[in-house]
Ligand binder design. Structure first.
Ligand code: GDP
Length: 464
């Protein structure tokens, strides 16, 4: 169970949902136990080594989490401004919220992976807009989380962190802003290893840290499984979010034979004619059902097709789920299948759960709907996503699907090709450290072999 801390109750991550444990009742977090029923693919199981590592993590979390004597000791050390004592048992990564939901999910997964690799405990500081979004993955006292420490002015950006020697805590900025690129060097990892409290400020996915390449390879023999396995392990929507997602799924998506998720994110640098980009992409990769445009004026044929398919009980039906802040593309897709019959008599229905018009990350109800849509996308057999969108990245890695990614439209023109099928379900690390001079040895060759330039960003890299 999304590992709740009862070591040994679970074997593989996808099946983690089936176990239960004290402190984690089914009622408290239904998604933890039910999500496996909605996912269509289980492409990777956790390696035995990853399983051991997670069990060890859970034990460490129980020992060191807020509410424990060891945590109190660590807070005391932090408060005193002293370096950690040599015998200090617990060290931490504290994740700080930054940017939209997709960004947050990716950086949480990355932060957790980092904690796993460096034997730390992972704590998250949840802002008020996120308190009812994710279930607590591990039993811990949220009341004493970093937010509270901040509020209590125990620690904070203005606190005096420069005691002689190693500071008790260090902020790390490794997202878009990437203020601490040396984080990725082995020799700096050694320094950071001595800091008890790492405050992680990131909005992006990262994992190809040079220092931890060996361990990463042992944990994840299949490189493209890293974020897939970890996000299914770590992220579980709370009941209100889960109700939104499952209610919608059962009403609109479950009756279809197959589901195609289309995620449309409009960035400033998007194509002027994104609808055409979507259609061209769909044609190229054979995603959305083609229409019998030739039958336009022939009502008789359309009716005949409709009658035939009315009898086939959903055996040839497709549900297209559109996730977008706007209604426009949904309207156009829906109208396409209203005006034209789909080839072969296929029944096509187009759905969009919400169109929020604008991002409102500080609003919890908005975030709940956004997360519900991320999960609805992840229940699809096939995904067409927008390039450089973390919202699309998390949907794909939760789904265990290699998405087709719409490419960036330079000069607002529909790019050629309009899209590409992703080499893996891993998110793109959009800001890998560039030109950082590390003294330590470079990335191990066999890890590097599994890193390539992203489909949607020539500056980004991803595992495959
Ligand atoms: P990114 O900006 O595409 O990388 O994704 P983020 O998730 O980090 O930030 C975009 C935010 O805008 C989301 O978290 C939502 O709040 C909102 N948003 C964007 N697209 C959608 C959508 O399709 N549906 C909903 N409900 N919200 C969206």
């Amino acid at each position: 169970a999304m590992n709740n801390g009862t070591a040994g109750t679970t074997n593989t991550l996808p099946n983690a949902a089936t176990s239960s444990s004290a402190g984690f009742s089914r009622q408290a977090c239904r998604s933890r136990y039910e999500s496996w029923r909605y996912y269509k693919y289980f492409p990777y199981a956790a390696s035995p080594y990853l399983q051991r590592k997670l069990r060890a993590y859970e034990a460490r979390h129980r020992r060191c989490a807020p509410g424990t004597p060891l945590y109190a000791k660590s807070v005391e050390q932090l408060r005193s401004g002293r370096s950690a004592d040599a015998g200090m048992e617990c060290s931490y990564v504290v994740w700080l919220p930054f940017d939209g939901l997709g960004n947050r999910m990716l950086s949480m997964v990355s932060g957790f992976l980092y904690a796993l690799l460096t034997d730390r405990v992972f704590l998250v500081a949840l802002p008020p807009d996120s308190t009812d979004i994710f279930c607590e993955p591990f039993p811990a006292d949220i009341e004493k989380s970093y937010t509270r420490l901040l509020d209590a002015k125990v620690i904070g950006p203005d606190a005096n962190a420069t005691a002689a020697g190693v500071p008790p805590y260090v902020y790390l900025s490794i997202g878009w802003q990437l203020k601490d690129p040396l984080f990725f060097c082995g020799e700096h990892q050694l320094v950071l290893g001595k800091v008890n409290w790492l405050l992680l400020y990131s909005d992006l996915y990262f994992s190809a840290s040079r220092a931890v390449a060996d361990e990463l390879r042992r944990l994840f023999p299949a490189k493209e499984s890293v974020s897939h396995l970890l996000s299914r392990y770590l992220l579980h929507p709370t009941n209100p979010v889960w109700s939104l997602a499952t209610r919608y799924y059962r009403s609109y998506l479950a009756p279809a034979k197959r589901r195609i998720g289309v995620q449309i994110r409009m960035f400033r640098y998007g194509a002027d004619d994104m609808f055409n980009q979507i259609l061209a992409c769909s044609r190229q990769e054979n995603i959305l059902p083609e229409t019998d445009d030739a039958d336009d004026d022939d009502d008789a044929v359309v009716v005949a097709v409709a009658t035939r398919s009315a009898d086939n009980g959903g055996s040839n039906s497709t549900a297209i789920l559109v996730a977008s802040l706007y209604a426009d593309y949904y309207e156009r897709l829906r109208s396409r299948y209203y005006v034209h019959a789909a080839k072969g008599g296929e029944r096509v229905a187009v759905f969009q759960p919400s169109h929020e018009e604008q991002q409102a990350t500080a609003n919890m109800a908005h975030n709940q709907r956004a997360l519900a849509e991320i999960y609805l996308l992840s229940f699809s057999e096939e995904l067409l996503t927008s390039g450089t969108s973390t919202f699309g990245y998390v949907s794909s890695n939760l789904a265990g699907v290699r998405p087709t990614i719409l490419l960036t439209a330079y000069g607002h023109k529909v790019p050629d090709p309009p899209c590409r099928r992703a080499v893996s379900m891993e998110p793109c690390n959009l800001t890998p450290p560039k030109g950082v001079q590390c003294q330590s040895k470079p990335l191990k060759e066999d890890v590097e072999r599994h890193v390539r330039v992203c489909e949607d960003s020539k500056n980004g890299v991803k595992f495959f």
